[in-house]
Design a protein around this ligand. Structure first.
Ligand SMILES: O=C(O)CCC(=O)C(=O)O
Length: 243
């Protein structure tokens, strides 16, 4: 497995693994995601998502068993040592139409401080930002799982450009991992664009099929954000009829 930290322009630590899954595995995952029951989808203003494994909560997550098709991919990522000796137990599936993205945000304290992200269907460009001031940062942090849509602090947008310091091209079938300060301190987000012109901020370009200056049209991209939620409630829910 080729897993190489990109340490040149990005603070510790990010990893980019091209072709982490095969084309057949990508098609299978897309099929499983698309054929999930309709109520599994939550429509947000700029994307739709599926939450698997339970809803992370400061008081603990009431965990739900992952379906085998997600459990397998979680095992593969966990086997890289992404979560120490722990196993991924939570997957957030985000689907972006061309022109959709996600506001810069931090992932918050509910997860083991490594996040892994598998891209299927189409590419995207993930951008990294220096943190906003303490006054504005709480509104861009996920504090109640991932159903909380990151909101934009008033007056913050104009300063995003000045806080942007690196970008990563996430090609389809690639796995991306970030940990340490890239997880705990910096923000990440995806611009709402229909195409991406690759510029010199793309720190992983040497490991991609494209080159600086290329313009890539976005298709429908689905990402699987695979994480470990440490705080899981021991309570079990029994559903059944009392006699
Ligand atoms: O879709 C992506 O690549 C990013 C998703 C993300 O940032 C998140 O789920 O918190």
């Amino acid at each position: 497995m080729d897993i190489c930290p990109l340490l040149l322009q990005v603070p510790p630590t990010v990893y980019y693994i091209p072709d982490f899954i095969t084309e057949a595995e990508e098609s299978y995952l897309l099929h499983r995601i698309e054929s999930s029951p309709k109520p599994k989808w939550t429509q947000l203003s700029n994307r739709r998502l599926q939450n698997w494994g339970g809803l992370p909560h400061p008081k603990g997550m009431l965990s739900e068993k992952l379906p085998p098709w997600l459990d397998q991919i979680c095992a593969r990522v966990s086997d890289l040592g992404a979560f120490g000796d722990k196993r991924a137990n939570h997957v957030l599936v985000n689907e972006y139409q061309p022109g959709q993205g996600i506001m810069p945000h931090e992932d918050g304290p509910l997860y083991y401080p490594t996040v892994s992200n598998l891209t299927v269907g189409s590419h995207s460009v993930l951008k990294f930002y220096h943190p906003v001031s303490e006054k504005t940062s709480p509104s861009t942090t996920e504090t109640m799982g991932d159903h909380a849509e990151p909101t934009q602090p008033v007056g913050a947008e104009s300063s995003f450009d000045s806080r942007h310091f690196a970008s990563m091209l996430l090609e389809r079938r690639s796995l991306f991992l970030m940990r340490d300060e890239m997880y705990t301190k910096y923000l990440h987000g995806i611009d709402e664009l229909r195409s991406d012109t690759l510029d010199k901020n793309i720190v992983n370009i040497d490991r991609c099929r494209s080159n600086i200056g290329n313009t890539l049209e976005r298709g429908v991209r689905v990402s699987l954000t695979i994480r470990h939620v440490p705080n899981v409630l021991k309570t079990k829910i029994f559903v059944g009829l009392r006699r």
